[in-house]
Design a protein around this ligand. Structure first.
Ligand code: 2RA
Length: 331
């Protein structure tokens, strides 16, 4: 069965990666429609060997015969056009944060809570990249040992800020001043991703906290986060401390991770083998290493989790959600 797909934000970093992933996974596309803001409209993009014109988004484009629309154009565009698309019967997979905490909107990581797509009312939200990569290893551990508390410390690549973040890093390394970040990112770490809120946390930290509880549907889970921008071009790294309700044998816990679809365990410190951002870039799995007991509590561990924030953290996760819609005959 071939379907008609629209990509909103087709010329951005995530939009272009959506096209690449759709091609790689041979997603069954009949017609493809590409939309962007006025400034990028008029360019052409190659997909499966054909040229496609990028059109300016407007209220009428969803009158066309489109079954799924993948949005990667920011919260403002999603808030305006996703409801219009949904009202015309288009199923929206939205990469922005705008609808994530809406109780009518499923927040989905296909390896973690695939069934959630069945309750969609037209819009399905892609979680934040730093949340997605944490959920995949945490899911089997939560199922088996019941997570009591999670502490996230992230080391996030500049590609999470798009081309402006990458440029600040590249310019900074050449000694030029930063234009996007509030401080130089070259040879530096900035404990500041997105904006600060009135409780001292940034929106990025609150996203990880709130999205974790929603995806596990457990609002008693204790979650906290510190999210940091680091001078890495692509892929996010995360140190995750987890305390469980249940006791565990470390070998069984590692085995649990190794069996999880979408997780690759890379954990041989004696051979200097552990996940790194450079090694994980361009891949779709979530890489886990440095798995070790946290001796400061009864049932705790520390793990190191790395994934490509543009692929599994955004584009691939969205395409996997579209694949779920097909496999569940929801489109
Ligand atoms: C970041 N997770 O890394 C945020 C948005 N992509 O900047």
């Amino acid at each position: 069965k071939k379907i008609n797909i629209a990509i909103v934000g087709a010329t951005g970093m995530v939009g272009r990666t959506l096209l690449k992933v759709l091609e790689e996974r041979h997603f069954p596309i009949n017609n493809l429609f590409l939309f962007s803001s006025a400034k990028s409209a008029g360019s052409t993009v190659t997909f499966n060997g054909s040229e496609y014109l990028v059109e300016e988004i407007n209220e009428d484009v969803f009158n066309r015969d489109i079954q799924i629309a993948l949005f990667a154009a920011g919260g403002e565009v999603s808030s305006k056009y996703a409801p219009i698309a949904a009202s015309k019967g288009v199923i929206v997979v939205d990469n922005s944060s705008h609808f994530r905490m809406d109780k009518e909107v499923p927040l989905v990581v296909p390896e973690v809570n695939p069934e959630a797509v069945k309750s969609h009312k037209g819009i399905i939200a892609n979680p934040n990249c730093s949340t997605i990569q944490a959920m995949v290893p945490l899911k089997p551990l939560n199922d088996k040992y019941k997570i009591k508390r999670v502490i996230y410390s992230t080391y996030q690549a500049v590609s999470g800020s798009g081309v402006r973040g990458i440029k600040d890093l590249e310019d900074g390394v050449k000694g030029e001043t930063n234009k996007f970040y509030p401080h130089p990112i070259a040879y530096n770490c900035l404990p500041h991703i997105d904006v600060f809120t009135d409780n001292g946390y940034t929106k990025e930290e609150l996203k990880m906290i709130n999205e974790t509880m929603k995806i596990f549907n457990n609002y008693d889970m204790k979650v906290t986060a510190t999210t940091v921008r680091v001078p890495v071009r692509n892929s996010h790294s995360e140190s995750i401390n987890i305390e469980f309700e249940e006791a565990f044998e470390l070998t069984n816990l590692v085995n649990c991770l190794e069996k999880m679809q979408g997780v690759v365990v890379v954990d041989n410190p004696e051979s200097n083998e552990y996940p790194t951002a450079v090694d994980c870039t361009g891949k779709d799995e979530v890489f886990v290493g440095r798995i070790r007991r946290d001796f400061s509590v009864d049932n705790g561990i520390n793990i190191w989790v790395v994934a490509d924030n543009i692929r599994k953290g955004a584009a691939t996760n969205a395409v996997q959600i579209a694949e779920l819609l097909l496999s569940y005959n929801l489109v």
